[in-house]
Every structure is written in structure tokens, then in C-alpha cells.
Ligand binder design. Structure first.
Ligand code: G3H
Length: 530
């Protein structure tokens, strides 16, 4: 396969470089004159293949990491800070101000999403729009939460005014595959609940945050959102070692999550909100509708080149239909169009990690050495920035592609005779996010569903695995997640129930009444946000 070169449409050409020269600390976009790192796209702008330089970012060090930590700690100010004590309605106004400005940056962010991570134009637009919608939904859900807690309870002679309060200082790290959406799915609920934050953008998908820096700066009080650039380990290590972080919010890999949390000296202080890797299987039963199943398996395995934690990463097909499934599935894979993100109808796009094609090739070599075959014609064809999805069959447990989360374009297929084969594998696996089951006989499906819900956290019936709609719980068992994210759940994950209790007597009741009448406390309030 040759490097494809087609003239880049003028609106998507890189006409000037984006040099990010500042970082956001304590409400200031502070200039950085130290070392910088080049941001390169694996997409070529020239006929002869060569990565494209997009710009540079600061390579901050320990000193700047601790400077942003101080800013976030001071903004929280032992719970006395402006932000954690602010009225909910006022925090919501700040968030509304932010999202209004964010919407004006759609074009710039979408263009950078395509160049930085190779996401197709429609998917990049979807990522942006979905994130804006997520912010509005979060605001609405928070209003509802606030309305529901605008009341007193009385039990056994004790009045209680219960709300959800912030946890403190949050370190937020997002993944490269959804550098906007997944990061904001952590950052937005963390901020709105009254926490203060330090956010480091992902390694790939970093410049796309630049157009939003001013909106962060002018929408929230100083120190509430701090944004740093550089190597994850260099920056996260001193921040965690300080023991001052209350929440580690990370979407990424379990190994890095473990390494980062290890640095925290006070394990019980640290709350974890983690979305980690997965090896979501598809199980294709004998009576599955093959047209529908193949459509869903193609989408599940190949959307964004399989670089989704929710992607279908292994397919189990009943032995009686495996031949037919393989024939039709591989033909459909070969028909997928590869090209640059802005090309019409493109389904497969350049991989943002330069080492990814070689890694996928290693998985293919390992599998073929151990007896699997590449069953599609184009499988494994390579260019400088891509490797065409290989469909591997028959895959067995001793192959790396059976165990490892490939996070890229290769699909392993196994056949099964007894449903306990995939069930046992799932029970043994370190992961437990989702599964897709294809079939129609309810007698077979019922016990299967009843078991699968206890092995993973979402069973997709005749549908590909996915995170959305974002109102649904997104979580996993074992090494796949800690805590639950969704519009509704994230507000809870980033907060804790806290309350004011007072014995029911005249003395206390008079004070409570005065607190309510004079509206001097932002916590003790029965005001209703419409
Ligand atoms: O990388 C994991 C993402 O949460 C997947 O989200 O299923 O909407 O693509 P998605």
C-alpha cells in the first residue's frame, strides 16, 4: 500500500504554525520561554511522505507543576475559596459563559482534531458537538440536583440539610483518542461541583486546547482551572507526591493510572475516577441476523481505527456460522475507504502514534506464527502512517492479540461451540467494560444476559459497544474503570454528600430560620434554581 496523496482542501491546509507559548496558572496565561516540544501530525502535507509540523508546546518541569498545584490549592483555600463556597447558580453562570465562548471555536478545534489525531471530519465535528451538549446536559442535571437538595429533612429529632460538596483539588488527565470529549467529561463536572483543577492535555490532541485557553481564563475565578503542558510523568509525579491532590481523574491506561496513584502518600485521601482499557468481545450466536451483526461488528471494531476503549476488540462466532461470517466480514473490511480525515466517505484514517503500525504488525506476526491467518486481502498492508485492518482467524489464547488491548486496526476472531468458552474467557480476563451479543432466541439470550451483566457493565444487544449516549453510565469492572461517569453520575463522582445537622429545638430552629431568611449562607439555602 502506497502513501496516499491527494491535494489538501485549502480550508484544511496548515498555513501557519501554532506556537503555544503560555500555560494557564492562577488565572494568568503565563509566558514560557524554556524548552518546547514539537507537535507533529502523522499526516503528510507533501507528495513524498513526511510528518507535518503543527506547532510547539511548552515542556514544563517540576517547578511549574508545583506552581499550578499551589494555584489550585490556594483557590480551594481549605474549603474557604471563592469557588467552593460560591452559590450553585453563580457557578452555573461561569460554566454558561465558558460554553458560549467555546462554541465560537468549533472550526479551529475540529481542524486540529483532524490533524493531531487523524479523526475524520464528521467524527471530529461530532466530538465537538457532543462535548458542548455534554456541558449543557451537565448544567441541567446540576440544577435538578440542586433543586432536589433545596430542603430540610427531619429524622429522629434531627434536622438535616444535605447537599453534595466538592472534594478538593483534582488532577485531570485525558486520553488522545477523545482529547476534547473525554477530558471534558472529567473536567466539566469536576469544575462545576466546586473543585479546583489542574489539567494536562493528552500527548496527541494538545494544540486543540489552545483556542479554549482564554475562555477558561475569563470564565472561572483565578486558580480554578490550571492547564499545564509537558511529559505526564514529569508533571504528575511531584504533584502527586505533595499529597495535596484529592482526586485523580484519568482516562487512559491502567498501568499509568497505577504508577501515578502510587506517588500519593495518603492513599485514603485520594479518590479515583478512572476510565481504563478494555477488551470488549462480540459474541455471535448461531441464530444471529448476519447482515445486522456484520454492520455492527464493522462499526464496533473499526470506528476511529479501533482506537476506542469501547471498541470491539475480539469476536467470538459460533462454529456453525463462522465460515460465512468470516467471508462476509473480511469482504466488508476490505471495502472500507482509507484516506485523510477530510476526504469524503473516509472510514479509516492515519494513526496518530508513529509507532502504532509496527506494534500492530508485531501482533499480526505473533498470531500468524502461532497458527492464525490473515483472512482479508488487504489485511496488514502498510504505509508510513497506517496499517490496513487485518482480520485474524483462528485466534487462540496463546497469542498476544488475544490478551492485549490492540487499540488499533486488527480484529481477532475465534470460533466457539459451547457458550461457556467465551464466558470463561471473560471471567478470566482482567477487563470488564462491555460486551455485544448477537442473536434472537430469547431462551438462549435470557440466561446469557443474566450472566453477562455480572461480568461487564453494559450488555449491547445486537448493537456495537459504545459509550454514548452520554447520559448512560460509563464504567467497568476489574482493570477497566474505577467509579462511574455519565452526565448524572459524574456530578456524584466528583462530589461527596455533606450536611448540616441540628437537633430540633427552639434555639436551633430560630438560628436556621434566620440563616434562611437572611440568605447569608450559600449552603443553607432553599432557593430554587429554575
Ligand atoms: O475510548 C473510549 C470512549 O469512551 C469511547 O466512546 O464509544 O462513544 O466512541 P465511544
Amino acid at each position: 500500500m502506497k502513501h496516499l496523496f491527494a491535494e489538501i482542501p485549502s480550508e484544511y491546509k496548515i498555513k501557519s504554525l501554532l506556537h503555544q507559548k503560555t500555560y494557564l496558572v492562577n488565572g494568568e496565561l503565563k509566558n514560557w520561554s524554556g524548552t518546547t516540544t514539537d507537535v507533529l501530525s502523522t499526516i503528510s502535507s507533501t507528495k513524498k511522505y513526511s510528518p507535518t509540523l503543527l506547532g510547539t508546546i511548552p515542556q514544563l518541569g517540576k517547578e511549574e507543576a508545583l506552581e499550578t498545584l499551589d494555584a489550585a490549592v490556594s483557590a480551594y483555600d481549605k474549603g474557604q475559596g471563592l469557588w467552593p463556597t460560591m452559590k450553585v447558580a453563580d457557578r452555573i453562570s461561569c460554566m454558561e459563559k465558558f460554553v458560549t465562548q467555546m462554541k465560537t471555536k468549533r472550526e479551529e478545534v475540529v481542524k486540529l482534531l483532524m490533524w493531531e489525531i487523524g479523526k475524520s471530519l464528521p467524527d471530529s465535528q461530532k466530538e465537538f458537538d457532543r462535548t458542548v451538549e455534554y456541558i449543557y446536559d451537565t448544567i441541567e442535571d446540576y440544577k435538578k440536583m440542586d433543586r432536589d437538595s433545596a430542603k430540610f429533612e427531619k429524622n429522629s429529632g434531627v434536622h438535616a440539610h444535605i447537599r453534595r460538596g466538592p472534594l478538593g483539588v483534582v488532577l485531570c488527565l485525558g486520553p488522545y483518542n477523545y482529547p476534547l470529549n473525554e477530558t471534558f467529561a472529567l473536567l466539566i463536572p469536576a469544575i462545576i461541583m466546586g473543585n479546583t483543577t489542574i489539567f494536562k492535555p493528552a500527548k496527541n490532541g494538545v494544540l486543540l486546547i489552545s483556542p479554549l485557553l482564554e475562555a477558561f481564563q475569563n470564565s472561572f475565578p483565578a486558580g480554578v482551572v490550571n492547564i499545564i503542558y509537558g511529559r505526564g510523568r514529569t508533571l504528575a509525579t511531584p504533584i502527586m507526591e505533595s499529597g495535596k491532590i484529592d482526586v485523580l481523574a484519568l482516562i487512559g491506561n491502567s498501568k499509568s493510572a497505577n504508577a501515578i496513584q502510587e506517588n500519593h502518600p495518603r492513599k485514603n485521601r485520594l479518590r479515583l475516577i478512572l476510565g481504563l482499557e478494555a477488551k470488549n468481545p462480540a459474541i455471535v450466536l448461531e441464530d444471529a441476523d448476519l447482515d445486522l451483526t456484520i454492520n455492527e461488528c464493522i462499526a464496533g471494531a473499526t470506528s476511529f481505527n479501533g482506537q476506542r476503549c469501547t471498541a470491539l476488540k475480539i469476536i467470538y462466532v459460533h462454529e456453525n456460522i463462522v465460515e460465512e461470517f468470516n467471508k462476509r466480514f473480511s469482504k466488508r473490511i476490505d471495502a472500507l475507504k482509507f484516506g485523510n480525515p477530510w476526504e469524503d466517505g473516509v472510514k479509516l484514517t492515519p494513526l496518530p502514534e508513529p509507532g502504532k503500525p509496527a506494534y500492530i504488525q508485531e501482533l499480526i506476526d505473533d498470531a500468524t506464527e502461532k497458527g492464525a491467518k490473515i483472512i482479508n486481502k488487504k489485511g496488514g498492508e502498510t504505509t508510513e502512517n497506517y496499517i490496513f485492518p487485518a482480520v485474524l482467524y483462528p485466534v487462540s489464547k496463546n497469542m498476544r492479540v488475544f490478551e492485549e488491548e490492540q487499540f488499533g486496526p486488527v480484529t481477532p476472531i475465534l470460533s466457539f461451540k459451547d457458550i461457556n468458552e467465551p464466558l470463561d474467557d471473560m471471567a478470566e480476563s482482567n477487563y470488564g467494560q462491555q460486551v455485544s451479543v448477537f442473536g434472537s432466541d430469547v431462551k438462549t439470550l435470557s440466561p446469557l444476559i443474566d450472566t453477562l451483566v455480572n461480568l461487564v457493565c453494559r450488555v449491547n444487544l445486537n448493537s456495537a459497544a459504545q459509550r454514548g449516549p452520554d447520559v448512560y453510565p460509563f464504567t467497568g469492572r476489574k482493570d477497566s474503570a474505577v467509579a462511574t461517569l455519565s452526565v448524572h453520575d459524574a456530578l456524584r463522582s466528583f462530589s461527596i454528600r455533606t450536611f448540616v445537622a441540628s437537633k430540633d429545638n427552639e434555639y436551633n430552629n430560630a438560628i436556621l430560620k434566620e440563616l434562611l431568611d437572611k440568605k447569608t449562607s450559600n449552603f443553607i439555602s432553599t432557593d430554587y434554581i429554575l
